[in-house]
Design a protein around this ligand. Structure first.
Ligand code: ATP
Ligand code: MG
Length: 287
């Protein structure tokens, strides 16, 4: 394969994967640099979890998939020490307490138990250490999974839809923690259907549709590139609502409303990733 930049943490070259005769990933190539928050976006069934499973060494693939310069098919214990994961199936021991789940993980990675309290604190579960996992809410479980993922201070964290189904304030806490991890140099590979999350959190994103990357880059730049103007939402004094492109061609129409005193409200909405995805694939992103 081609030269890998020195700071490349994840490197994919023409990665393919089929289940039976169904080709789920059809030649994926991209790299993720050290310290990036990289988002893989795509609708349900696009192949996001499949790619995370390949990158974490749980699934084989065609082509070349590497993390830290090592083929994902031969990830050993030394490398597992450098990665953490918050996966959609959670993987917590339901009948054990939060503390015991973290103690087990600490033992596996030879992390001092003294770090456990700190990790629970970070995710806002300091008061819940003795609660059994089965008694936790979905948001609390997700936060415990995150505590476990960061306990051994990995350099690379995989997060498979970490805020899916969570209330907005828990999602925000998780976002804050992700930013904090990034500020310490941690690389985060995130999958999501949530375009707002991706727009706000990710340095770069890849849009995945039916096993292929249809766009890759900085989210704001992608939006700018594909949607040259924003949309103006106008409400007139007689209650009429209009949506027009914010372009010079419509300046006279807006000016006319103002002259007639009929302009009650006007605001612009920026093009979003959902609009771009729809434009590129004809499909909704958040389905
Ligand atoms: N072990 C498996 N055996 C057979 N098919 C599979 C397997 N794992 C995934 N698939 C199929 O591969 C496709 C991609 O699945 P994947 O779970 O990667 O999608 P996803 O993008 O993560 O979707 P979601 O957003 O719903 O989590 C789906 O059609 C799925 O049915
Ligand atoms: Mg998935």
């Amino acid at each position: 394969m081609g030269d890998i930049p020195e700071n490349s943490i994840i490197s994919l070259y023409n990665v393919t994967r089929s289940f039976g005769d169904r080709e789920v990933l059809k030649g994926i190539s991209f790299e993720v640099s050290r310290g990036e928050i990289f988002g893989l976006l795509g609708p349900s069934g696009a192949g996001k979890t499949t790619l995370i499973n390949i990158l974490t060494g749980q699934l084989s693939c065609g082509g070349n998939a590497e993390i830290f310069g090592t083929g994902c098919g031969s990830i050993g214990s030394g490398l597992y020490r450098r990665i953490g994961a918050v996966l959609d199936n959670c993987g917590l021991y339901e009948r054990l307490s939060c503390l015991d789940n973290l103690r087990l993980h600490a033992r596996i990675h030879a992390v001092p138990f003294s770090r456990i309290e700190e990790a629970l604190q970070k995710v806002g579960l300091a008061e819940s250490g003795n609660k059994k996992v089965k008694a936790l809410s979905k948001g609390m479980k997700q936060r415990l999974a995150l505590a476990r993922a960061i306990l051994h201070e990995p350099k690379l964290i995989f997060m498979d839809e970490p805020t899916s189904g969570l209330d907005p304030s828990t999602a925000l806490e998780i976002h804050d923690l992700m930013k904090e991890l990034q500020s310490k140099g941690t690389t985060i590979f995130l999958t999501t259907h949530n375009m707002d999350e991706a727009y706000r959190m990710c340095d770069r994103i890849a849009l995945l549709s039916e096993g292929e990357i249809v766009e890759l880059g900085n989210p704001a730049e992608i939006c700018r590139q594909h949607c040259s103007s924003s949309i103006l939402n106008i409400v007139t004094t007689d209650g009429e609502q209009m949506e027009i492109d914010n372009s010079p061609a419509h300046a006279e129409a807006v000016a006319q409303l103002m002259r007639e005193g009929r302009l009650k409200a006007i605001h612009s909405s920026e093009p979003d990733l959902g609009t771009v995805f729809l434009k590129l694939t004809g499909k909704e992103l958040d389905k």
